[in-house]
Write a protein that binds this ligand. Structure first.
Ligand code: ADP
Length: 255
């Protein structure tokens, strides 16, 4: 562990080199720490569903159930937990792709409103099934050079979250031009996010209230991926939210 800092006095080249090496050491330590946190996060996320799968499959193998109803219930748990692992592995894969490519975007002149329409069409059946409405207010915006696949993923993640964390009401997606920028908003009438958590939700693996998030089968990677993609487009993403008062995610892109 990088711990000891030897004071480097003076202003000559050797002293400057000394300070540079020290600051490099600190940076390396930072990366080492975040890598360790990351691995700890992944192991933790995998361990929980695996424990369920192992436990319930043991029970089934030993025939320790009273009825076929009970048997079905255990199989359902195994199935759900396997799904969780599969979502996690997918999210990890998306994340590693982002890192390997170092954010090389496959940009082409794109119509963002069309991408929004596509995301809405794909998610509509699931959203309606939950009894939530989805609407859009798409204004005329200029075509810009973005990576359409990645932007679709961003919108997909945001709308999926809006759906996951909303019990009733409406999801509204809007796009408009404001000075030299394009604004995209995904607004929901869901459970909202406490003020104290707002800055943390874009962190890797961060979920508000673990137990509640677990029920919705999230991994805490979605918004991290979203933020990395938006940043790669030199854009910005912000969130406004109130507990039980819905959330609004806003993406700002330069024209
Ligand atoms: P997850 O896979 O858990 O949804 P995300 O990175 O997408 O992970 O989001 C991180 C956390 O932010 C979520 O666990 C949830 O607590 C909170 N969150 C994200 N979007 C919303 C939303 N639209 N409404 C309420 N909470 C949200």
């Amino acid at each position: 562990r990088y711990q000891q800092e030897i004071p480097v006095k003076g202003d000559d080249e050797i002293a400057q080199l000394g300070r540079t090496i020290q600051s490099l050491g600190e940076q390396l330590q930072y990366f080492e720490d975040s890598r360790n946190d990351f691995l700890a996060g992944v192991s933790h996320e995998l361990r929980t569903p695996l424990t369920y799968i192992k436990g319930y499959s043991d029970i089934l193998m030993k025939g320790m159930y009273q009825s076929s109803e009970e048997q079905k219930q255990y199989l359902q748990i195994i199935n759900n937990e396997a799904n969780r692992i599969s979502i996690l592995v997918n999210d990890l894969f998306e994340m590693s792709k982002l890192q390997v490519n170092e954010f090389i975007l496959d940009r082409e002149v794109s119509n963002i409103n069309q991408i929004i329409e596509k995301v809405i069409t794909n998610l509509k059946p699931e959203i309606w099934k939950k009894g939530i409405k989805i609407n859009s207010k798409l204004h005329e915006i200029p075509l810009i050079r973005i990576d359409p696949k990645r932007m679709e993923q961003v919108l997909y993640n945001l709308v999926e979250n809006a759906m996951k964390y909303t019990q009733q009401g409406e999801i509204l997606i809007s796009s408009y031009k404001e000075k030299g920028f394009i604004k995209l908003k995904v607004k929901d009438t869901g459970i909202g996010i406490p003020k104290s958590e707002l800055t943390k939700i874009f962190d890797r693996f961060y979920r508000v209230e673990h137990s509640r998030a677990r029920m919705t089968g999230g991994t805490g990677l979605g918004l991290y991926v979203v933020k990395q993609i938006v940043k790669a487009h030199e854009g910005e993403i912000t969130v406004e939210s109130q507990e039980n008062g819905g959330s609004t995610f806003t993406i700002t892109l330069k024209i």
